[in-house]
Design a protein around this ligand. Sequence first.
Ligand code: F6R
Length: 613
Amino acid sequence: MCGIIAYTGERSAGPILLDGLRHLEYRGYDSAGIALQVEGPGLHVERATGKIEGLVRRVEGRLPEATSGVGHTRWATHGEPSERNAHPLTDPERRVALVHNGIVENHEELRAALGDGQTFASDTDTEVLAHLIGRELARGVDALEAVRCAVGRARGAFSLVAMPRDEPGRLIAARVGHAGGIVVGHGEGERLLASDLGALLPHTRRVTFLEPGELADVRAERVCYVDSAGAAVEKAVEEQAVSAVALGKGRHRHFLAKELHEQPDAVLDVLRGRYLSDPFRVELEGFPLDEEGARALRRVVLVGMGTSLLACSVGRHYVERFARLPAEVDNASEFRYRRPVLDPGTLVISVSQSGETADTLAAMEEARAAGCPQLTVCNTPGAQATRVADGTVFLRAGPEISVASTKCLTSSITALHAIALHLGRLTGRLPEELAAEQVRAALHLPAAVGEALELEPQVAGIAERYARFQNFLFLGRGLSYPMAMEGALKLKELAYIHAEGYPAGEMKHGPIALVDESVPTVAIALRDEVFEKMRSNIEQLRARRGPVIAVVSHGDRSLDGVVEELVELPAVHPLLSPVVSAVPLQLLAYHIALERGADVDQPRNLAKTVTVE
Ligand code: F6R
């Protein structure tokens, strides 16, 4: 998660940018840089590896005077953390300086399309955009149009700010897809741009958020907005309240909604610095075993509670598939009392957002006593789980305030995908082509999760129609079975509706007795090897007049007319589908809860961190 700050106005830009970067440092700090628009030479660029203070020391007392500039703090995805890969990046003629947050998925394709003569100064995906914009500018194309053309050729989810050398005081911002937002700040005789609202608040509370597909043409005295087709867009200036709570919720009514919408960024933050291209591979810090240790493993046990346990159930598939090790999932509260057979050949992986859940910690203690190597997946730096485990994979999802977990589910699944790929490489059982395919597929996840959020109006409509039902079934098979369980769990805790999640094959062994026109079923029926079986389960439900809401794969209309509601997911690799199918299920529970007037952020009887067994 990189941080972006930009300024144009009458004040000295350098100190404002450096100060803004300090606010953004939590987003990443493997390198940082600023570019200033100066008279004469045009662009003055300064970059340094490491934390912001390193950059500050480097530029202290030697920054040229300038009233416009862009700044960036980086957390590497494409290209190692180094000065040459630090932003701002420029095109070869230095016509434009660019800062970027997110992933350009087709950067290799775009590089190839630029032709052989093109030399690149970095290994980043970003630089290709600088080249594309620079080329348009060289042809005399207006800067806004140049940026719009360049981003129009890019696939992925990202945001950027471009500063054209030859147009003093002008900045162009763009947002593509849902990951990586960008906010315009409207000050007195000045404008700022930032990836986070927090970085703007020392300067102004009057802001405008760019929506996916929008661009902003920013000058100190005015801002114009266009959509991806270049048509003008009217956008309002919002006055931000200053209270910490309001700041925390951003533009959302509830923390739950905010966190749900943060998922493209949260997933991106799991990938950052871990999923690397060129060559495609996963590198994981904090993994407790080397090759020898991994090869000595005989099995893997995954433990957690609630939503984290369901992430484990998906993770089990990944461990089996990529590391070819037997994998089991255990409810942490049951694990300890079952007197499990454990030994140093068992890797125990725990998943806990808080890292303080008593049941999970007790299971970890049990594993420690048996001498098992342990890895924990956790969102909270310094949490007890990270102290018990031999290694931690941090989610970096930011605080999850709403009691019901959303972004930490999708982040945990993504982290388990990374862990299994890493483990597969260490054990030598993961074919390189499969690893490369999975890394490529994972790099598309932030964009796919963002597209899944666009289902919200449709899902809100379904919620309105189904909010008064008292019982629901959720069915899925394979990787979709844990997601069926998660859909039911979310509906129970957010909307206080009785809901059961089952593997679809189990339905005819009992639960189908419940089905009539008063019991809707949410069926996750994706185009995988069990689709035809899911389809016959759906037919069985329909034969008993049970209403069906089907969540289906991208482009699959085969259940049209068979089911009452068809929710079509965006395109995603089948093995990563749980990260995307979780989104409409979360949205459904949220909107049904709203319809029923429930307290979505603090549902009754629950606590965010359960520190009792
Ligand atoms: C459900 C939910 C809970 C938690 C569970 C584990 O929405 O939030 O089921 O997942 O209490 O919490 P952590 O992950 O903190 O161990």
